[in-house]
Design a protein around this ligand. Structure first.
Ligand code: FAD
Ligand code: UDP
Length: 428
């Protein structure tokens, strides 16, 4: 069925059992599970003018399907997550390839044996590859930090090259920080890969929803028990009560339409925004996207080209490679990273991970811990660098807890129910 949209002004809050803020993967999966497995009436509040969070895609004026908030490639090692998502739509297989533009020469990223040959020439590369294999093993992944920690002269030569030509400038553009300054988990996402495998990800399941992400979200949210209010900001809907007037006083209730809402409230937005930045804003990076359309079938040799040594944008993505769309024209998108300074105009895309920011986040989180019906989930609400699959997994787990609570079944039974696939469609 199609999504049941309503104007927030027309909502009778008494007819809902649960409220979900945000319609990305975190919010949409939880909303569906509560509606379907616990027969709860779920109100989804979304501040944007559309569903699907950062996964939202649409056809541009040139007729090309584009991702509005950055390129999204689905990949996971979790059969549970993939099985869950293919209940809703068919998927096309897609293996993402990324090339670094190294002063006009293309080099595979993650940096691998093929990149070594481009960087060092075949003969020298053969020797260095053997050194890597002898040290770390074949088909192994080594983070740039691990490689840089080596005392071996030749391994240091490789590390220096990769650091300077793949990580340094790209990371400075993306984060406004050097690779040493960013959390080690960030650069570890793209390790050196001692392999001939040129794919960006090696996960078992990789692909794209056959008719796009927005179509997938329409299926997830299209349920009799779900009502979605777009253009509705939770900060304008929630009336927060605190235990006292102290700055660190904990939440004691959330009122909606003047009355305490006692059913589950699932929040997937930025936590500092909910508390109107009372301890100062949490740091994020934002992005600007610039689209260009060409009357050519393809502009790039693969889905994404990373500009690791030149340009002021980080990467260019050509969507047709990702979506498999056939057309005589094409649209590409350049990504510019920037500081997140203006919540009215910008979107907080990436949490800036470090100990200080995590402590800052924990101070906000502590405000919510006294309210048992309030649940935080998602990339923003948890201040984490999660991929889509992990969000889906976390949402299934939270749903099982809430279903168990609402229906009185055990958590074990509720969790088993989450995997009970219905109407599974094949990968197309
Ligand atoms: P979101 O998708 O951000 O959804 C949150 C929703 O809450 C939004 O719709 C927002 O409008 C809404 N909201 C926020 N505050 C409020 C409020 N106060 N009131 C009402 N609504 C509110 N992951 C991958 O696995 N593969 C990729 O290739 C990939 N590429 C990415 C590229 C970029 C540029 C970025 C930034 C992320 C990428 N990700 C990728 C990560 C992916 O976007 C996240 O894992 C996913 O969006 C998390 O889903 P979510 O529901 O937590 O958050
Ligand atoms: N990175 C880099 N050069 C590259 C690719 C990645 O320096 O060519 C670093 C950079 O710091 C980036 C991080 O590795 O932010 C993680 O890259 P990923 O592609 O996972 O970023 P995302 O797609 O999440 O933006």
């Amino acid at each position: 069925m199609s999504v049941n949209y309503s104007n927030y002004r027309d909502i009778d809050i008494d007819s809902f059992d649960a409220v979900v803020v945000g319609s990305g993967f975190a919010g949409s999966v939880v909303a569906h599970e509560l509606a379907d497995r616990a027969d709860m009436k779920v109100l989804v509040i979304e501040k944007r003018a559309h569903i699907a969070g950062n996964m939202y895609d649409e056809y541009d004026d040139a007729g090309i399907l584009v991702h509005k908030y950055g390129p999204h490639i689905f990949h996971t090692t979790s059969q549970r997550v993939f099985n869950y998502l293919r209940r809703y739509v068919g998927w096309i297989g897609y293996q993402h390839h990324v090339l670094a533009d190294w002063y006009g020469t293309y080099m595979p990223v993650p940096f691998n044996k093929n990149s070594m040959e481009i960087a060092f020439g075949e003969e020298r590369a053969a020797h260095l590859i053997q050194k890597l294999v002898d040290t770390y093993g074949d088909e192994r992944k080594v983070t740039i930090n691990e490689l840089r920690a080596s005392n071996d002269e030749e391994l240091s030569e490789i590390a220096d090259f990769v650091y300077k030509n793949v990580f340094l400038y790209y990371t400075q553009k993306q984060w406004g920080q050097t690779p040493e300054e960013v959390d080690p988990s960030v650069t570890a996402r793209v390790p050196v890969f001692i392999s001939r495998d040129d794919r960006y990800f090696q996960d078992t399941y990789q692909g794209m929803p056959a008719f796009g992400y927005t179509d997938l979200f329409e299926k997830i949210l299209g349920h009799d028990n779900i009502t979605v209010c777009l253009d509705t900001d939770a900060t304008g809907v929630f009336d927060l009560d605190f235990e006292s007037d102290d700055e660190d006083a904990k939440l004691s209730a959330i009122k909606i339409h003047g009355k305490e809402f006692t059913g589950p409230i699932v929040y997937t937005g930025p936590l500092d925004e909910l508390f109107i930045g009372r301890f100062g804003r949490l740091p994020y990076r934002s992005l600007d996207f610039v689209y260009e359309t060409y009357d050519e079938e393809y502009k790039l040799p693969c889905g994404t080209v990373n500009y690791t040594v030149t340009e002021d944008y980080t990467r260019i993505t050509e969507f047709k490679h990702l979506t498999g769309q056939k057309a005589s024209n094409t649209t590409i998108m350049k990504e510019y990273s920037c500081a997140y300074e203006d919540p009215d105009r910008q979107i907080p895309y990436y949490a800036i991970l470090n100990d200080e920011n995590r402590a800052h986040y924990e101070r906000y989180k502590a405000l919510t811990e006294s309210l048992p019906n309030f649940h935080l989930i998602g990339r923003l609400a948890e201040y984490k660098y999660y991929n889509m699959d992990k969000i889906v997994l976390n949402a299934l787990e939270l749903s099982s807890e809430l279903v168990a609570e609402a229906t009185g079944v055990s958590l074990l039974e509720a969790s088993a129910g989450a995997d009970g696939a219905t109407g599974a469609s094949e990968v197309v």
